[in-house]
Write a protein of this length. Structure first.
Length: 311
């Protein structure tokens, strides 16, 4: 019975996280628009970070609760799952063209920052200095996005953003309620995941890399699969690669600034594997800048192989 209760609390936590992130982004984007902040800036910051809100909330909560393995496992596990499972499923649904800029810049950048995380955490922790380095790189990446968008090389907004602008009272209410749901949901998810790990005799690392990573990746999963079904593959791939960059630079950086985060030795393998998944994505994309159904199958098989190694 206790296990069923914890599973129900975990599921409830994920639901609250996803809905809270949705409300928070809509409300915050509307407030920013009412304040005269350009849609370009809103698209590159609030909206772009929206799908990473669950990872951020869970990682910060886990860090405060002393569940360090969930903090790092959630981020690294989400990045692995994003590429191998979510892009794998999206490619099976609809073969996707990969933008030239994604192949030449975004994927190599993700590989580089994965290795940067490995280097910073190699001494056993992400200190405040390490976190500061990640946040400085994050600011640099946002600056790059802003410049490239101003040049018209990438899109910083979508047609949906204008339609979601709300009245100020409603926007403020959505922002506050969304933030409250994210906080409550993250507490439910972390506490339940820790309890389940203890009941099953599993490590918090395993739970963080798999169950928690899947739960916090639900926004990316829904967005990317929906984009693939609607034959909008650029959004599917861009959403995943961008989310992976935000996960490392923003979430680990923010968590480490609040409280130093232990980086256990087993995560060295996981972080190298995360970089390897991006390298695999690059290699599959290079021949004709396209992910076909065979490539999607290869990505999914890659996750099965990874799951087997961490059991």
């Amino acid at each position: 019975m206790e296990m069923l209760i914890q599973l129900a609390l975990l599921a409830l936590g994920f639901v609250l996280l996803v809905k809270g992130a949705d409300w928070f982004v809509d409300g915050a984007a509307s407030v920013a628009a009412k304040l005269g902040i350009p849609q370009l800036v809103i698209g590159l910051t609030i909206v772009a970070m929206g799908t990473s809100a669950p990872e951020a909330a869970v990682s910060l909560t886990a860090a405060f609760h002393g569940n360090a393995d969930i903090t790092i496992g959630n981020v690294v596990g989400s990045n692995i799952l994003n590429v191998l499972v979510i892009l794998g499923l999206a490619a099976l649904i609809c073969p996707m063209a990969v933008a030239k800029l994604t192949v030449l810049v975004d994927i190599p950048v993700t590989i580089a920052i994965s290795l940067l995380l490995l280097g910073l955490g190699f001494d056993g922790s992400i200190s405040r200095l390490d976190a500061g380095i990640l946040l400085v790189v994050f600011i640099g990446y946002l600056s790059y996005l802003f410049i490239m968008t101003k040049k018209g090389l990438i899109s910083g907004e979508s047609e949906e953003e204008d339609a979601k602008i709300q009245s100020v009272p409603k926007a403020l209410l959505c922002t506050v309620l969304g933030l409250a749901l994210i906080i409550v949901g993250s507490n439910f998810a972390v506490d339940a995941a820790s309890a389940i790990a203890k009941m099953l005799g599993l490590s918090e690392r395993f739970i963080g890399l798999t169950i928690v990573a899947l739960g916090t990746s639900l926004p990316e999963l829904f967005t990317s699969v929906a984009a693939a079904i609607k034959k909008n593959p650029d959004m599917a791939i861009g959403n995943i690669v961008g989310s992976n960059i935000f996960n490392i630079l923003f979430i680990v950086g923010l968590s480490g600034m609040v409280i130093p985060v232990p980086f256990a030795p087993p995560f060295r393998f996981d972080t190298i594997f995360a970089a390897g998944t991006m390298l695999l994505l690059l290699l599959l994309s290079l021949p004709n800048r396209r992910l076909g159904r065979v490539d999607g199958f290869i990505l999914l098989m890659g996750y099965i192989a990874y799951f087997w190694t961490i059991l």
